[in-house]
Write a protein that binds this ligand. Structure first.
Ligand code: ITT
Length: 201
């Protein structure tokens, strides 16, 4: 007989989570609220440390999240998430510069850059770096999609009004409910991996 996965054992109530409460260092409440709901499905409580994190310039979100975590002095079981929008045609830009690009160009500016662009494929990536004492682990989540031609919807945050997930029905992340976004988002995928790993510990 195949051994039961950690998740199945958790659903059956046969496992005791080593950690039922962990912390997320972030200045972004949208990210925190979404992550909190995903982890709650697994019985893990997420608290927030409201910090401005130290970031490095790097291509991979994992490297950025791991660095931010490394320089954060805390003895709590703690995680940092680095996320961003990666536009295929532009070699992944804005990627690690997602906050900066949104701040300077806004969604309208990004759409303007893409005005004559036929290839509108893009992805959101999320990397979660976790540390509990000497134990560290990093997880990645991705959702593929394309950029819309105009801003649509007022839900979510950041680039959501211009991002159409490939797994959806053509609505942008700005047009769907938080619950729908949590089914397929890059963040939900990275945090589910973290939860499943925590259950197996
Ligand atoms: P912290 O570093 O304090 O956690 P931040 O807002 O700087 O918060 P990130 O570097 O992870 O977070 O994300 C960069 C930007 O990417 C973020 O500010 C948004 O503009 C965009 N972004 C990330 N995830 C998103 C999502 O789910 N929906 C829309 N935009 C998102």
């Amino acid at each position: 007989m195949r051994p039961l996965s950690g998740w199945t054992r958790y659903q059956r109530g046969d496992v005791t989570l080593i950690r039922t409460k962990i912390w997320m260092g972030t200045g972004n409440d949208h990210k925190y609220q979404e992550a909190k709901k995903v982890l709650a499905e697994y019985g893990i409580e997420l608290e927030r440390l409201d910090i401005e994190r130290g970031e490095i310039q790097a291509d991979e979100p994992e490297e950025i999240a791991e660095y931010s975590l490394q320089v954060l002095d805390s003895d709590k079981p703690l995680l940092i998430e680095d996320a961003g929008l990666y536009i295929d045609k532009y070699g992944g830009f804005p990627g690690p510069y997602s906050s900066y690009a949104l701040d300077r160009l806004g969604n309208k500016g990004i759409l303007k850059l893409m005005e004559r662009e036929g290839d509108r494929e893009a992805s959101y990536l999320s990397a979660v770096a976790y540390r509990d004492g000497d134990i560290t682990a990093t997880f990645r989540g991705e959702v593929k999609g394309e950029l819309s031609h105009e801003e649509r919807g007022t839900g979510g945050f950041g680039y959501d009004p211009i991002f159409i997930p490939a797994e959806g029905d053509g609505r942008t992340f700005g047009e769907i409910s938080d619950k729908e976004k949590e089914q397929i988002s890059h963040r939900a995928r990275a945090f589910r991996q973290l939860a499943e790993w925590l259950i197996k510990q």
